[in-house]
Write a protein that binds this ligand. Structure first.
Ligand code: 13P
Length: 393
């Protein structure tokens, strides 16, 4: 038999691809609507663990809730302590994390907290493990598992995130310690001539391999490709780069057979560089960010939880609020927060490592969690900032 000519081969390829997509769609539709085989057939996880991944991912972005990132590495945490004059020891880091986790009522607004390797092994002063404290507060514990962004060979000024070696074993240990989700952060820099395609592809590939390993271990992966705010570039440039990065990440997630229903995306908001003279209004940032996400993030993803990236706290809340207010009925995913600095910074500055400041620091943390929860619902108002609730502590 003669080999098929090019048009025939193209038609067969198209039919095969079409069939595969059709089968995936029918599988997903069936799972959701009729209980037919679903995402366990799309990816290599069992039916039970697929359902657990989906349930955890949904709980992480539950109505009115978001994530609290307290996964600063030891050097980053020490740098933040140094800035406000706090001693940099394991005990100060532990007692700061205890302050956060014992804030009364945190579970009203926070669905999950992201821990760091040092923190997941630590306990409250009375020897109760932090993981137990978190779970008892109705919050889901998670863990940062990358080992940091390092200079990328052959790519001056660019970073590649490391941590894949031995990851399967580390995930098994964290899961056994009670973690139910994980986080990996890739860093993309905008400047003259960068980001390069090489940097975007390498980071997207690493994110996808990490995510596949997480799902195999029964942990929901938070996939965090962060386009930094540093620079003078305009909003449009951040839009272009963020869109390219997200498309590349989702292409790699597809190639690595990651079930989108069992993951959370943690992107940057689309912002002008922090040294750009034109900063744009809250509404403009909201519109551009949601347009970018609508074009690049598949509807099967249950939730998007933004990093704050160094934005002032109130602005981060106002921008998230505007997105939820203006696009609520048009977004297929939940849109919430996974902030570190935009939740913690005021509390850290009040605490200063002093016992007598702990109650006021907890109040400040509770206040930011409450404001961001309101923003998750499109109900944040700037007047809320004058009304610090005293229930925490
Ligand atoms: P920021 O909100 O301070 O950007 O931190 C989020 C985070 O988890 C960075 O990986």
């Amino acid at each position: 038999m003669n080999p098929p000519n090019e048009p025939t081969r193209t038609a067969v390829r198209a039919a095969t691809v079409g069939w595969k997509y059709g089968a995936v769609f029918i599988g997903y539709y069936g799972a959701v609507v009729h209980g037919l085989p679903g995402i366990d057939k799309i990816t290599e996880v069992s039916e039970m663990s697929a359902q657990e991944l989906i349930a955890t991912a949904k709980a992480m972005v539950a109505e009115g809730k978001g994530l609290l990132a307290m996964d600063e590495s030891t050097p980053t945490c020490n740098k933040r302590f140094e800035k406000v004059g706090i001693l940099q020891t394991e005990e100060t880091r532990r007692s700061y994390r205890e302050l956060i986790l014992t804030t009364g009522g945190l579970g009203e607004f926070i669905s999950g907290v992201i821990l760091y390797d040092e923190t997941i092994r630590q306990s409250r002063k009375d020897a109760t493990l932090f993981v137990k404290v978190i779970t008892e507060a109705g919050i889901i514990p998670g863990i940062k598992v990358d080992t940091g962004a390092k200079d990328m060979a052959g790519h001056p000024r660019e970073k590649i995130t490391e941590g894949l070696d031995g990851l399967r074993d580390r995930l098994a240990e964290y899961s056994q310690m009670g973690a139910r989700f994980a986080k990996w952060r890739a860093v993309i820099t905008i400047a003259d001539g960068i980001p390069s395609r090489g940097c975007i592809e390498a980071n997207a590939h690493a994110l996808a391999r990490y995510a596949a390993l997480c799902q195999e271990a029964g942990l929901v992966p938070i996939v965090e490709p962060e386009v930094l705010m540093d620079g003078e570039h305009p909003l449009e440039r951040c839009f272009e780069v963020t869109a390219e990065v997200l498309r590349t990440v989702f292409s790699q997630l597809y190639t690595q057979r990651v079930a989108l229903e069992g993951m959370i995306l943690k992107p940057n908001m689309v912002l002008p560089g922090k040294d750009c003279l034109t900063q744009g209004s809250v509404e403009e940032v909201a519109d551009v960010t949601v347009s970018c996400l609508l074009r690049a993030v598949p509807a099967a993803v249950p939730g998007i939880a933004f990093l704050s990236g160094g934005q002032p706290c109130e602005l981060a809340s106002a921008r998230l609020n505007a997105m939820n207010l203006r696009f609520k009925t048009r977004m297929p995913w939940a849109l919430t927060f996974s902030f570190s600095r935009a939740i913690q910074q005021p509390a850290l500055e009040i605490w200063k490592g002093q016992k007598e400041n702990a109650a006021a620091a907890q109040q400040a943390l509770y206040h930011r969690a409450r404001c961001n929860s309101a923003a998750r619902l499109g109900r944040y108002r700037i007047e809320m900032e004058n009304n610090v609730d005293s229930r925490a502590g």
